[in-house]
Design a protein around this ligand. Structure first.
Ligand code: GLP
Length: 244
């Protein structure tokens, strides 16, 4: 594991590209320091930039994924393969790496995801985005802090935010399976990423407001090794480089 000494530290970047580069560099270094790392990986629009850096470096042979284990944070149920998070991760990252197929994990494939994660020594680094309503992975408002991987109905807010990833007229799934809040909090390091104006308010609320199930991302405040990587300023934020 990397040595980290943080409490509510922030990796502010000047742009989305700089943010993506910082997060990608952090993962690259993590795999150098601990080649058999277990990583929790997000989907959505925000991570695309850092996956592009990782893909580029992996194609160049700069990252060895042969011993890494990658765990998707969540997955839709009843979805066409091309719209699944399994496909997203394959398309944006895995296809460019030498990550063995048997090291790619998705919560829909197992009835005890947390047990599988534990059997490999637990998550070293988990990268999470944040939903407009403060969800992390698919842990919607109201989710208990002690949840492990579980099935969830998706809120209308999340379904409408994610509609952009579906072809016209195609229905957005109503159900998903997601790592629980406790699954995520058990990760040794968590990197919360957010970019753009639409995320400023919810990041501020999540990181400086009351902690509770009304806003699942607020539980991240309690994590001893949380890095917050944003491309905007928010209260309490300061220039900070992700440790390498
Ligand atoms: C989805 C995912 C989350 C992600 C969030 C934000 O609902 N399940 O893991 O963090 O949306 O996505 P985006 O980066 O597109 O804003």
């Amino acid at each position: 594991m990397l040595t980290v000494s943080t409490q509510g530290v922030n990796a502010l970047a000047d742009s989305y590209d700089a943010l993506s580069l910082k997060v990608a560099s952090y993962i690259k270094n993590q795999l150098k320091v601990k080649p058999d790392s277990c990583l929790g990986l997000p989907t959505g629009a925000t991570p695309v930039g850092f996956y592009q850096y990782l893909a580029k470096w992996s194609k160049n042979g700069e990252i060895d994924w042969s011993r890494a284990k990658c765990f998707a944070l969540d997955e839709y149920l009843d979805v066409d393969l091309e719209e699944s998070f399994e496909y997203y991760l394959e398309h944006n990252l895995y296809q460019y790496t030498n990550l063995p197929d048997e090291h790619k994990f998705n919560p829909k494939d197992s009835s005890d995801y947390d047990q599988i994660i534990a059997s490999f020594g637990g998550l070293d680094v988990t990268i999470v985005g944040i939903g407009r309503n403060g969800h992390i992975a698919f842990n919607e408002p109201g989710t208990d802090k002690e949840t492990r991987t579980h099935f969830v109905p998706l809120t209308e807010s999340t379904r409408s935010a994610n509609a952009k990833f579906f072809h016209d007229g195609e229905p957005v799934p109503k159900q998903a399976v997601t790592m629980g809040i406790r699954t995520i909090l058990d990760s040794r390091v968590i990197v919360l990423i957010a970019n753009g104006e639409s995320k400023q308010e919810i990041i501020k609320e999540a990181l400086s407001g009351p902690i509770g199930s009304h806003l699942p991302a607020s539980y991240l405040q309690e994590h001893p090794h949380l890095f917050v990587a944003t491309d905007f300023q928010f209260s309490g934020a300061q220039k900070f480089e992700l440790p390498t």
